[in-house]
Structures are given as C-alpha cells and as structure tokens.
Design a protein around this ligand. Structure first.
Ligand code: UD1
Ligand code: MG
Length: 437
C-alpha cells in the first residue's frame, strides 16, 4: 500500500501576501489543488496533507487526511507529524511539496518505478543562482546528500537541484525520522537530511530526473507569475491541438477549466475566466473579458465585451463592443451590438437591442428581472426598469424610459413630445453677436 504526503504548512513568507501560499492560483486553480489532482495517477491508499491551522478546515481538503503542523518547524518536522498518521500497511511514502503546481503526473509515475529505499526527483537547472537544494552524488551517480544553498553558497556549483518530490520506503522512514534534528542555522528540521542518513545506513538511494519547469517551486510572487506563464502556454497549446484558433495566444488568458470547441476563433488580449464553455465556430473578438458563460456555436462576442455571472449567448447571437451582460440568456440570432448593460434578463430570438439600451435591475437593495420576447426592437438609449416584460414583436421607441410591461406587437414610447421653434437659433445668434460687437 502507498501513501502520499503533501506539505502545505509553510508560512510562505517570501510571497509577502496575506493569502496562504498554497492557495494562490495558477490558471484559476490553487497550487495545492494542482498537486492534489496530479497525484490521482498514483492511486494512493492514503493521502495526507500537512497544513497550517488556518487551512485545516478548507473545503479543498475534504477527501484527504489532514494533519496540522501548529508551527512550521521545517519540511522534516512536517513529514514526521504526517508519518504518525500513516495507516499500518503502508509500504511506500511519496513526499511532495504543495508549491510545485506544474508537476507532471508522468514524472510521478517515473518516481514510482524506482525500487530504491529512497528516491529523489532531481532536475538539471540552467541558472545556478536558483535557491533550490542541490543533490550531491558520488562517482556512481548515487545521491549521497542534499545541500541547502542558503547555508552553503558553494553548493550552487552543482547543477542538479532537488525538485522536492521523493519516494521512501515506510520501513526506512520509521528508522530514520527519529534521527532528524534541528538545523542550527535556521532552527528548522529538514526532510532533505534523510538522504545523508539513508546513504550512511546503507539504504539504497536513487536519482530520477525531470524537466525543470515541471517542478518550478513557487516561493515568491515573481515565481508565481513564471508558473502562470508556463501553465498558460500548456493550456493554450492543448486547445490549439484541439482546433481552437488563437491569433496571439501569448496575450490571452485561459482558465484551466475552459471548454472550447474546435473551430473557435479567439482574438488577441481576451480573458477567458472560470466556468466558460464555448461551442465550436464561435468568435471571441479582441479585449473581451468573459467568465461563467456559455457561448453557443456561431455566436460573436466583442471586441471589448464583458460577460459574467451565468450568461448564455445562444447560437449566432451577436454581442458587440462595450456591452456588459450579467446573469442573462441571449436568444438565438439576437443582437446587442453597442454600449449596453443587460443584467438579470432574458432576450428572445432575433431581438435587437439598440445602442446604449440599459436594463435597470437594481434598486439599491434587490435585483429584478427583465424579460424581452422574440423579434423585439428595443430602440437606442432605452431604459427598461425591471421588473418588466416586453412581449414578442414589440417596438420600444428610442430614448424611452419604460417602467410598465409592453404587450406583443405594440409600440411603447415614453419621452417628451418634440417641439420646434422656427428661426430660434438664428435669432439667438444675432442677439449675442450684437452684444459682442
Ligand atoms: C524545499 C527543499 C529544497 C528543494 C525545494 C524544491 C527542504 C529543506 N528544502 O525548499 O531542497 O529544492 O523545496 O521546491 O525541504 N512546509 C511545511 N512545513 C514547514 C515548512 C514547509 O509544510 O515547516 C511546506 C511548504 O508549505 C511547501 C513545502 O513544504 O509547500 C516546501 O517548503 P518551502 O519552504 O517552500 O521549501 P523550499 O525553500 O522551497
Ligand atoms: Mg518551496
């Protein structure tokens, strides 16, 4: 039987952020959740997450065993506490850090293939200034210790860094964990010291290599931004392989959970936030910001559109520039092309919402619904005060303020009568010109 231990109780001081480090998101998913999802491949019999007291009741931990590390006394201390909770038949223990969101399940499988008592995941790094611990190997390439560079600058000359993922035999841990002691310089107990102890006690140790980017350790906001960049490249490459056409993919943000059909066009600088489903053949034009929405096939959104809070844009509907839509269903072939706010509304098929038309859905305390039927023409700059219902085929005259329901096929007009005063302008000008001369 095998267990996975994930360490997530560190202070994350280097982030200088009020949010616990491992809850920071990469492509919309917390770092801890990325790691929890990646370990599925190991089919572990037990998953133990070591957390800080503030995280212990977090919903993300509902299916795992939680162990609280009251004070973050180091990765070795965290592993010790976790191992007190190991089920009795566990033979193998995988140890992972929750701050490596880019890890690839295939690497975990490679770690699992090793038969050594202690296996370390290592990575060749290009930039020797990086602060990762370094793996010291003997002439045979067997790991003999891990050296933390913060205590030993010279170790930076070693280009094989500790990725922070390990496989241990449970039997060996039982013997060696009590021997771990506090590092005099930092006051912490290091899990990495196990390598030296294991080698000295003639346990077998092995090094397995992975790509550096897969184990980028996120300790600062700058590293978080690097992780986001790499994850974004992965996500968009996957979509492109599935037939999604990004004009300038590097300018577009795509959340991890976006579902986008083949044949969709996504222009530059689009933000695709959480819970977005786009059917093939839709177009999302530049600078649009969309989340929590479904966009059906053949629909057009943008440029500069903002969709949020449970929006459905049905087949071939068209949403244009500077249109904000929230909590609304936009029917087939409907058009909202310019400068509108549509909130808490349903818009029927083939309806046209003129430029600047607004639904007034909020009275400062409550929200109300607007229902607009099929084939309706809402004139430009109309103000629709919810709750309100506009029947099929109705016309709303431009500039109207509509506060009562409008029947099907009727015209509603609500604005002051136009007056025209003959030659008023020329007389006005003449009067003022005389004053000035
Ligand atoms: C650690 C390794 C380093 C490796 C790097 C890989 C040690 C001593 N060093 O350094 O060799 O190159 O990871 O990314 O292990 N944590 C706890 N309790 C604690 C301290 C930390 O749960 O008391 C957790 C953190 O939340 C984090 C993980 O352990 O998820 C690693 O801790 P961190 O402080 O990030 O270690 P690094 O300095 O990155
Ligand atoms: Mg780290």
């Amino acid at each position: 039987m095998k267990a996975v231990v994930i360490l997530s109780a560190g202070h994350g001081k280097r982030m200088k952020s009020p949010i616990p480090k491992v809850l920071h998101k990469v492509a919309g998913k917390s770092m801890l959740k990325w790691v929890l999802d990646a370990i599925d491949i190991l089919k572990a019999d037990q998953v133990i997450v070591v957390t800080s007291p503030e995280l212990k009741n977090h919903a993300i931990l509902k299916n795992v065993d939680v162990v609280v590390q009251e004070i973050p006394l180091g990765t070795g201390d965290a592993l010790k506490i976790a191992c007190e909770k190991l089920k009795k038949d566990i033979q193998k223990v995988f140890l992972l850090c929750a701050d490596t969101p880019l890890l690839d399940p295939v690497d975990l499988k490679n770690l699992e293939f090793s038969k050594a008592d202690l296996t370390i995941m290592g990575m060749e790094i290009d930039d020797l200034n990086k602060t990762y611990g370094r793996i010291e190997c003997n002439v045979k390439g067997t790991p003999i210790s891990i050296i933390e560079t913060k205590h030993n600058e010279q170790a930076k000359a070693i280009s094989v860094a500790n990725a922070g993922a390990y496989q241990f035999s449970a039997e060996m841990l039982k013997t060696l964990l009590p021997e771990l002691s506090v590092n005099a310089e930092s006051g912490e107990v290091y899990a990495t010291d196990l390598v030296e102890f294991a080698f000295a006690k003639k346990y077998t140790t092995e090094l397995v290599l992975a790509k550096e980017e897969n184990f980028l350790g996120v300790n600062t906001l700058s590293e978080l931004a690097q992780a986001e960049k790499i994850m974004q490249t992965r996500i968009k490459n996957n979509h492109m392989l599935n037939g999604v056409y990004f004009i300038l993919p590097e300018t577009t943000y795509v959340n991890y959970d976006a579902e986008i059909g083949a044949g969709t066009l996504i222009e530059q600088s689009v933000h695709i936030g959480e819970n977005v489903y786009i059917e093939g053949g839709a177009k999302i034009l530049g600078f649009s910001y969309i989340s929590d929405c479904t966009i059906e096939k053949g629909a057009n959104v943008g440029p500069f559109a903002h969709l949020r809070g449970n929006v459905v844009v049905e087949e071939k509907a068209s949403i244009g520039n500077f249109v904000e839509i929230k909590g609304a269903n936009i029917g087939k072939n409907a058009k909202i092309k310019h400068l509108s706010y549509i909130g808490d509304a349903t818009i029927g098929e083939n309806t046209n919402i003129g430029a600047g038309a607004i639904t007034c859905n909020y009275n400062g305390f409550e929200k109300f619904k607007t229902h607009i039927g099929k084939n309706v023409m809402v004139g430009v700059n109309s103000t629709l005060i919810a709750p309100i219902s506009i029947g099929n085929g109705a016309y709303i005259a431009a500039g109207s303020v509509i506060s009562e329901d409008v029947g099907a096929d009727n015209l509603a007009i609500s604005r002051t009568q136009q007056q025209e005063k003959n030659a008023w302008a020329s007389a006005f000008r003449e009067k003022h010109n005389k004053k000035l001369s």
